[in-house]
Design a protein around this ligand. Sequence first.
Ligand code: GRF
Length: 210
Amino acid sequence: MTPIRVGVLASGRGSNLQAIIDAIETKTLDAAIAVVVSNRQDAVALERAQQQGIPGIFLDPKSVAEELEPRKAYDQKILEVLKAHDVQLVLLAGYMKIVTSVLIEAYQGRMLNIHPSLLPSFPGLGAQKQALHAGVKVSGCTVHFVTEGVDEGPIILQAAVSVNEDDTVDSLADRILDQEHRLFPRAIQLFAEGRLCVEDRKTKILETAP
Ligand code: GRF
């Protein structure tokens, strides 16, 4: 079977992108990264892409600042890049911009996000800080489908991480990140195998593809 073509949107260091690259290399993930797009020119994710010979494209959000709806105009540009690279599945891997209906509708049911908490707890920014502040004993990470509400779409996989009494935001974030690197490639593989089925906002994982 031809590997699914994924497009990755990333804003920062790109460790989740690297985990996906590694999973493809070790053949635990049957996918091909068609393109990496970033809203930040200095994103390490772009360097990681280039090192692998994957097209890494910086799209400047300022280039659409004059438009009536700049966020939508920006997503239209991203959409053109994704289409030009025949992207079948979009992955938000540390993408620090809210995606608009332009991308969400074009890739309905074909866009995944990874978030560093056990959703629906602690959506949005600073999820690890929110978890520490709330005093929870367990946090973790979630891979979910992207819908219009921020961090709200149907949950695909979650992994739990114990919160220690002496944890700092950084120490907790590091342990959660280890789980993210395991979880995201697994969720992508399930999608690639056609084993995810959403009914009534709940994701069923099928034993085999239909
Ligand atoms: C991760 O914690 C991810 O869950 C969140 O942003 C962080 C990105 O890390 N959405 P990286 O850029 O993949 O290293």
